[in-house]
Design a binder for this molecule. Structure first.
Ligand SMILES: Nc1ncnc2c1ncn2[C@@H]1O[C@H](COP(=O)(O)OP(=O)(O)OP(=O)(O)O)[C@@H](O)[C@H]1O
Length: 210
């Protein structure tokens, strides 16, 4: 791991009309580090993830990804960061496999290797048997795994996830924890807001809000 932070918050604060959405928060995530963001409901986890994505303005302090304030209108920043903080748009009339492959192809090119990469991510998330289904034919937990597949199939040096455990049973949370830890070992930096012990147990460090 390099010791130059990939993700950094310095006294990051959001106060709106006298209400504190995010109390001053400071931490750093190194390249190849998987860090969890914990804290009770309303402690500011989603607010902080949105600040990293540039969709929530701080009222104090700073957040940086690779030393820069993120602007997702810039292609370089879109390439840098994959996130599942807001719902991922899905196409009603394309199968799960088609959509994951399409996202992979948009980043990696339309090649056999891309299709294999999509199939691998689908497989690792336990979705292979559902590959020919449409989104309306998936359960809530399966839709969550599909959203994670769409997020994790693309290249990114930084991955931001808000409660990836949503709707998942314990076995699926375990699959996700394993996959995220593996992605970190490959050099990606992960910041994951969670209430799930299995994810905290799998990560390299925790920042607790509130
Ligand atoms: N638009 C808004 N205006 C005012 N307050 C807001 C707004 N959005 C969120 N908040 C408040 O900001 C605080 C932080 O919310 P946030 O969603 O970041 O918490 P969280 O830690 O992600 O919570 P949870 O674990 O429930 O998902 C909460 O007290 C919430 O009520």
């Amino acid at each position: 791991m390099s010791d130059v932070p990939a993700i950094e918050a310095r006294d990051a604060t959001v106060i709106l009309d006298g209400t504190t959405l995010l109390a001053p928060t400071t931490f750093a995530v190194l390249p190849g580090e998987f860090r969890c963001l914990t804290g009770g409901n309303g402690s500011g986890k989603t607010t902080l993830l949105r600040a990293f994505l540039g969709s929530r303005r701080l009222t104090g302090g700073a957040v940086r990804v690779r030393g820069e304030a993120v602007d997702l209108a810039r292609p370089r920043h879109r390439r840098l960061i994959a996130s599942l903080v807001e719902p991922v748009p899905v196409a009603r009339d394309m199968t799960l496999r088609e959509q994951v492959t399409l996202v992979a192809a948009s980043w990696h090119g339309n090649t056999t290797a891309t299709a294999e990469r999509a199939a691998e991510v689908i497989g690792r998330l336990g979705l292979t048997a559902l590959g020919e289904r449409f989104p309306a034919q998936l359960s809530s937990g399966q839709l969550q795994l599909f959203s994670l597949a769409l997020t994790l199939v693309r290249p990114a040096e930084v991955v931001l996830l808000d409660e990836p455990e949503r709707h998942l049973d314990a076995d699926r949370v375990g699959l996700v924890a394993t996959l995220l830890a593996e992605r970190a070992r490959q050099g990606t930096s992960l910041l994951v807001a969670t209430h799930e012990t299995a994810l905290v147990d799998a990560c390299d460090g925790v920042t607790e809000l509130g």
